[in-house]
Structure formats: structure tokens, C-alpha cells
Design a protein around this ligand. Sequence first.
Ligand code: NAD
Length: 254
Amino acid sequence: MRLENKVAIITGSARGMGRVFARRFAEEGAKLTVCDVLDCSPVAEEIEAIGGEVLALKTDVTSEKDTAEMAQKTADRFGRIDILVNNAAIIGSIENKDFKKPVEELTAADWDRILAVNVKGVFLCSKAVIPYMKKQGGGKILNIASTVAFSGLPHFLHYSASKGSVVTMTRGLATALGEFNINVNAVAPGLIMTEAMQATYSQEFFQQLVENGQLIHKSVQPGDVASAVVFLASDEADKITGQTLAVNAGEYLH
Ligand SMILES: NC(=O)c1ccc[n+]([C@@H]2O[C@H](COP(=O)([O-])OP(=O)(O)OC[C@H]3O[C@@H](n4cnc5c(N)ncnc54)[C@H](O)[C@@H]3O)[C@@H](O)[C@H]2O)c1
């Protein structure tokens, strides 16, 4: 087991990729805090059913009070915090099906909403766990970026900008925290048909991307991303920091 006895927090883990990461972390032996603005009790029950130790919290990553409590309650329950996975984000399609609009129709409110969760949320969650990691002599922070950080999709300008910031913050945090043995890396998934993306893209669009937009013509699954996250969270990645690993079957390398 690659994460045996590690204590991990995974944000945005009520559904989608976060939920898959949570299950995989439990299978790899980690003790877990799952947290989200949505109810995390179903994922907690799933983890308990396979014998995992789990704490489920309601946490809004844009709230400094919530993120401080997330760290405090994890340390109170498990005694330490080894890993933070900054996964919570808004892709936008679930709450706003009119998301794919021209840049000039993006509102300041759209911009602020995405940036608050996807950028400030990463900052606040990282800020909350850093004192615990420093005190215990190390830790790992994993940020979930996106391939759009490199491509800058026009209809996703605010989302692309937020994920570009995640890549930049990964480097900045890695630089700030290296001397404390805190590794900071990012994983940049390609398009994956989670609930959020099913609400945005048709199956036909997805199939076309797999066949024409990727070097490897197989759909990328949440489990593929989980494998990269587990690796970077494990002791095997102790000498890797400040990096962004794309898990996108070679998308945008055409
Ligand atoms: N699915 C894709 O194609 C894809 C591609 C690249 C990157 N990503 C990234 O992967 C991660 C997971 O994406 P997903 O497809 O599973 O999406 P998702 O919408 O299913 O999952 C995101 C989770 O974050 C939670 N969340 C939203 N706002 C929050 C807040 N303020 N506080 C706490 N939790 C909050 C949501 O409730 C949800 O459970 C995200 O960072 C996303 O940007 C996804």
C-alpha cells in the first residue's frame, strides 16, 4: 500500500474525480478527510465499507473559517496532515448551462465565482495545512489543474485563467515550502466525462476529441488521474516538486 498510515485531505470529494481519488487513497491505506459543499456522507460510507478511516466535513474552500476548521478537525481526528489534494473547483456547467459563451459575454460575476473557488480556494486550503506540515517536518500538496491551463480555451477563459493560476501557484508554493520538506505538484487532466463535463459536452464531442485530439485514442478516466495523484502523494515522489503532470493522452501535443 503506497499511502499506508498517511493522513490526507481531499477537497471537493463528494462526487466526480475527488470521490474516485478518495476511494483510491483509502485502498492505498490513507486515513482521509473528505470535504465538499455537497454532502460527503455517501463517499464516507463507501470508504468505511472497504475498511477505511474517514472524516466527512462540509467545507466551502472559499471560506477561511471553513478551511481552518478542515485542517484543525483533521489534525484533531488523525494527529497529523500528510497530504492535501486541492481538487474542489467549479467548471461552471452544472449551475450555468449557458457557460460556453463568447468572451465578451462573460460577466464579472462569472469571473469572480470561478476564480474564488479555483484560485482562492487553493490558496486558503494550502494556507490552512502549511503550519501542520511545517510542524511535523514535511508534507505533500497536490493541485488539480487542467490541460486548459496550457491551451486557454476561449469559451472557458475564466476557467482556463484559474487553472493557469493553479500551475503558477504550484511553482510558487513549491519554492516557498521546499526548505520545510513540503512538496507541491500539480496534475493536469484532459477532458474526462464526469458529471460536471457531461453537463457541458456531448458524447459525440468527447468521442471526436478522443479520436482526433489525442495522441493516444483512448478516453482518459478518473482512475488514470488518480494513479498520477497517488504517485505524487507517495514517498516515491519525495524528490519531485514544482511540477505539473498532464494526464491527457497527449491532448494538445498534435
Ligand atoms: N472533468 C474534467 O474533464 C476535468 C478536466 C481537467 C481538470 N478537471 C479538474 O478536476 C477536478 C474535479 O473535477 P470533476 O470533473 O470531478 O468536477 P465536479 O464538479 O464533479 O467536482 C468538483 C467538486 O468540487 C466541489 N466544489 C465546488 N465548489 C466548492 C467549494 N466552494 N468548496 C468545496 N467544494 C466545492 C463540487 O461540489 C464538486 O463535488 C476539478 O479541479 C476540475 O477543475 C476536470
